[in-house]
Design a protein around this ligand. Sequence first.
Ligand code: OSB
Ligand code: MG
Length: 348
Amino acid sequence: MTSLPDVEELLRGSAVVSLPMRTRFRGQTAREAMLLHGPAGWAEFAPFPEYGPQESAAWLAAAVDAGWTGLGEPRRTTVPVNATMPAVPAAQVAQVLKRYGRAEAIPAVKIKVAEPGQSLDDDVARLREVARLLPQAGLRADANGGWTHAEAVRAVEELADVAGDRLEYVEQPVAGVEPLAVLREELHRRGTLVRIAADEAVRKAEDPLRVARLGAADLIVVKVPPLGGVDRAAQVVRDSGLDAVVSSALDTSVGLAAGLALAARLESLPYACGLGTAALLAADVVESPLIPVEGALQVPVRKGRVVAPEPTPRLVDEHRVAGARRDWWDERLRSAHAVLAGRTGAAS
Ligand SMILES: O=C(O)CCC(=O)c1ccccc1C(=O)O
Ligand SMILES: [Mg+2]
């Protein structure tokens, strides 16, 4: 990031939208986002509703980076993308997969597991149904840290049994960095050689590289906003020395462009990325949402640089948030800005 624009400049031309989701995700049925317009293009500031100013500051840094510095040059223009399967009943799996286009082209499916109120049997049934419908796709499970150590040992071994060598990895089976390292060690001791991916242990940790230093995971999931922008996220991947999967934060198509910029920047991209989440939204802010076609997304490039798609005024109007909720977003931006200004030593 060059220098931090003042709050009024960030708010100029901004809009807050609420986009309905097709299926409940992270306990929510709509995704709210603040769109910012800077000299380098459109950017998205959309920390999850429960996040406070400290955590939101990184998300603002990422938005300023995108809109005021720019998303940089791509090394590739096509990014393979996984389908994302929310924690739906097995009977709804086919309906979700339909949104990802031709079944044979989907390289992998990430299946949400360990949802509060559900059982391991529900997870196994969901995974079995995905495996049945897409016999060629790689499979991954994301527990979002929802299992205890003992639950995770049992669940990972059962999922590995069912998925066989199609199981690419299990993402954040338990919460935290150390518990992840302990679990990975125990699974290895038991001869269960399933790869472990760290997500929350990277994006919510004070030090995103601790996972790598402790050997807590085989690969890392990286999201641009919590890591403070494309450059910083790319640096974290390089410094970790681990394989990385770029994933979305349930962004609008504007925010997804930053994820694509990161995926387009990385030297090695051995796994399909989790950037297909526009398919989970029932509406978006652009005319042609970044929904994967043939298992991939095209990186939006203009004059050799990655640039977010331009929101369509009609769609922004249709989904615009006003009144007290808009004020709440302005206040979030202001408090995140104050944190950032303090960190960078710039005037607020
Ligand atoms: O990785 C994907 O396939 C989609 C992105 C995703 O699952 C996600 C989206 C918003 C918040 C958290 C997560 C997560 O990976 O845990
Ligand atoms: Mg995850």
